[in-house]
Design a protein around this ligand. Structure first.
Ligand SMILES: [Zn+2]
Length: 255
């Protein structure tokens, strides 16, 4: 049975997620932005936390960890590369390692770029990937530490996951991302349709996260740097995708 996954809005625009294996009762929290909503979700469901999976060191992904662990002592997992700046870890992981949540195995993918040491957790049996601030709904994280080629490589690894993979990313930035995406590929009909869906969801205060990888590949300008239409629109026909990605990312930073 696939993991039951809850999306938990935190702070002004963050998301945390709970992934629950009904058979064993194991429950993993992915990132810890704010204790209140996460503890409420656990108690509403009657779930006990067994694991915390950290994606990267930014405060809005880790700061609530002590308050959560005080109520739910759980095994904390994070990147070995970031162990020096994450809260204390019970298990340090790197690309190629696995984590076990109940009957499910998650694969660690290094998605450095937003930070160096950022990891994603892919649960193939549940068709879920937790990407935080790497691949985001219609966007990608700003390059605070890594380089554009590094982020392009990270996004390419995520883009290679199966079509039906659901992408659980870390922030509700999708509507603003859509306004930018339109400037890169205004003629993309899938993008236009998605922008309308996003507006409808936000008008009702519904999250636009998670999204499907198939939809991201069809509409997310940061995954489409190899597409002729995108290359033409930014004046870089035939350029290397990583260079087109760098241009798109730079335009977003100025947008
Ligand atoms: Zn971040």
């Amino acid at each position: 049975m696939p993991l039951e996954i809850l999306t938990i809005p935190c702070l002004s625009d963050n998301y945390a997620f709970l992934a629950h294996d009904a058979e064993t009762g194991s429950t993993a929290l992915i990132d810890a932005p704010e204790a209140g909503p996460i503890l409420s979700a656990l108690s509403n469901k009657g779930w006990k936390l067994s694991h915390v999976l950290l994606t990267h060191h930014h405060w809005d992904h880790v700061d609530a960890l002590p308050d959560i662990l005080a109520v739910h002592p759980a095994k904390v997992i994070g990147a070995a590369a970031d162990a020096h700046r994450l809260p204390p870890l019970d298990q340090q992981v790197a690309e190629g390692d696995s984590v076990i949540i109940g009957n499910e195995t998650g694969q660690i993918i290094d998605v450095s770029g937003h930070t160096v040491g950022h990891i994603a957790y892919h649960f193939p049996d549940s068709a879920a990937v937790f990407t935080a601030d790497s691949l985001m709904a219609l966007g990608c994280g700003r390059l605070f530490e890594g380089t554009a080629p590094q982020m392009w490589e990270s996004l390419s690894k995520l883009a290679a996951l199966p079509d039906d993979t659901i992408v659980y990313s870390g922030h509700e930035y999708t509507q603003a991302n859509g306004r930018f995406a339109e400037t890169i590929e205004p003629e993309n009909a899938d993008l236009q349709a998605r922008i309308l869906d996003i507006a409808a969801a936000r008008a009702e205060n519904r999250p636009t996260v998670p999204s499907s990888l198939a939809l991201e590949r069809a509409t997310n300008p940061f995954l489409r740097a190899a597409e002729p239409a995108v290359q033409r629109n930014v004046g870089m026909q035939g350029a290397k995708p990583q260079d087109v990605f760098a241009e798109v990312r730079a335009r977003k930073d100025r947008f």
